[in-house]
Design a protein around this ligand. Structure first.
Ligand SMILES: [Zn+2]
Length: 254
């Protein structure tokens, strides 16, 4: 109860701060700062270079990403996720809906979209459960596209795990923190069992966190069709490769 009040207060304060900022500074593309765009055509195109990644435990055995987590895509996702650019909910929900419908994996059965969980600390810092709001927007898009029977149910929650965003610590540490700390809030009932579950997340790095989510859903009695995410992190090189000029290249060139 008290936690909900804090989250609502933080959300209101964050919204007021963003409103003041938006009134003073005209916005640019979240990925490349092109004036007067939420997400420009070039950055949108980078998020339609779809990536498939292994996701054991799902019915399809794989997850799908809108694009690779680097350059303007990385910048756009971080602006949205950690710097309060909520206007990206619009283009990002469109991109995720198109990714899922274009996957060829849907067979007309009712869908159950499950947002990846956030820790209460993350929600407090961001002032919202960003994945839940994005998933609700995605469901609205799918309904407008003619997919009538869609439900968004926040089935997953974190239990006693510390929470930092993905760029603040390594994927391995994040996965280790969350191992055993993701739980399903309710068991599958007759309705849930009929539905195809699709997990929705923002960034997949090693995939370990996502596998914990899939495992928790399966333990709860749900069959997970696949997962859709905004961005997939390419594998990093352990040793930076020397460039021709003798300098090391960044693993994430802008
Ligand atoms: Zn752009």
């Amino acid at each position: 109860m008290l936690r909900d009040v804090f989250v609502r207060l933080a959300s209101t304060a964050a919204a007021l701060a963003r409103l003041a900022r938006d009134l003073m500074i005209p916005r640019g593309c979240a990925g490349c700062d092109m004036p007067d765009r939420v997400l420009c055509g070039d950055c949108t195109a980078l998020m339609t270079e779809h990536v498939r990644f292994d996701l054991p435990g799902t019915l399809t055995g794989e997850g799908l990403a809108c694009g690779a987590y680097r350059g303007p895509v990385r910048h756009a996702v971080l602006q949205w996720k950690d710097h309060g650019d909520e206007e990206c909910d619009g283009p990002f929900s469109r991109l995720l809906a198109d990714l899922l419908t274009g996957s060829g994996r849907l067979d007309g059965r009712p869908l159950l979209l499950v947002p990846a969980p956030s820790t209460s600390r993350s929600m407090h810092e961001r002032g919202r459960w960003h994945m839940r709001q994005l998933t609700v927007r995605m469901a609205s898009r799918l309904k407008r596209d003619g997919y009538g029977d869609i439900a968004v149910v926040p089935l997953l929650r974190t239990v006693g795990a510390g929470g930092k965003s993905v760029q603040m610590s390594g994927a391995a540490q994040r996965a280790q923190r969350l191992d055993g700390h993701i739980a399903v809030t309710r068991r599958a009932n007759a309705t849930g069992e009929r539905r195809q579950v699709v997990l929705v997340d923002d960034i997949v790095t090693s995939g370990a966190t996502m596998r914990y989510c899939v495992d928790a859903l399966r333990r709860g009695g749900y069959d997970v069709l696949t997962a859709v995410v905004l961005a997939h992190t390419p594998l990093r090189r352990v040793d930076p490769e020397p460039a021709a000029d003798g300098n090391c290249r960044s693993p994430h060139p802008r």
